[in-house]
Design a protein around this ligand. Sequence first.
Ligand SMILES: Cc1cc2nc3c(=O)[nH]c(=O)nc-3n(C[C@H](O)[C@H](O)[C@H](O)COP(=O)(O)O)c2cc1C
Length: 207
Amino acid sequence: MRRLIICGSPRALGRSAALAEALADAYRVQGDEVDLVSLASVDIASCTGCLVCEQNLRVHGRDPLYCVIADGMVRVRALLNEAEALTVVSPVYFSGAPSQLKAFFDRLQPYYYAHMFKSKRPCDLFVVGEGGDPHGFAALVSETRSALAVAGFRLETVHDWVGLIRPDGALMDEVGALCGGRVSPASEYLMQTPTGIFPKVGEDVHA
Ligand SMILES: Cc1cc2nc3c(=O)[nH]c(=O)nc-3n(C[C@H](O)[C@H](O)[C@H](O)COP(=O)(O)O)c2cc1C
């Protein structure tokens, strides 16, 4: 299986990078063909909300994924389109995604209009953190699920590695990168709000 790993940390040599490398090795042993992208070394600017991408399908001959910002996202998008499965590894920053990962997510907006993928490909999220923050990381799960749904992925499993990786990158769970940590179906991460529980049951977000 062709798998893309996206490491969302701004630190090239932090805990997430160590876990992403260990995962790449484990997937290769499993027989996967693996591409690993570290957002620490890719220049991805923030989406400005210009919504030019909303027009793409109406402009003859234009790439349906055209974006006015030409940067590292072009390369990452090519890998994303070819991937049969996706793994996101990210630290939790105040319950949500670090700004580099959020910029990547927001720049997926052209997919929202392109409707390129008729069926969804599997995606797993590995969460890294120092631990000790009482607010959890449901926001990170939600952002990942929502953004990647438009790009044709279904978030299936969340691997909670918070507090389980030493600063030098050593994994403190001997079960190994793929099966270690606390593993739960993504459906167990829900956002409860005054207007209901999200994701809404049975609704295929941005299908
Ligand atoms: C701005 C910021 C916010 C953070 N928020 C949290 C948090 O809410 N929960 C947590 O467990 N760790 C939090 N951390 C700690 C990081 O998740 C931790 O340092 C992690 O190792 C960073 O990942 P990296 O080593 O891959 O860069 C935060 C760190 C920063 C810089």
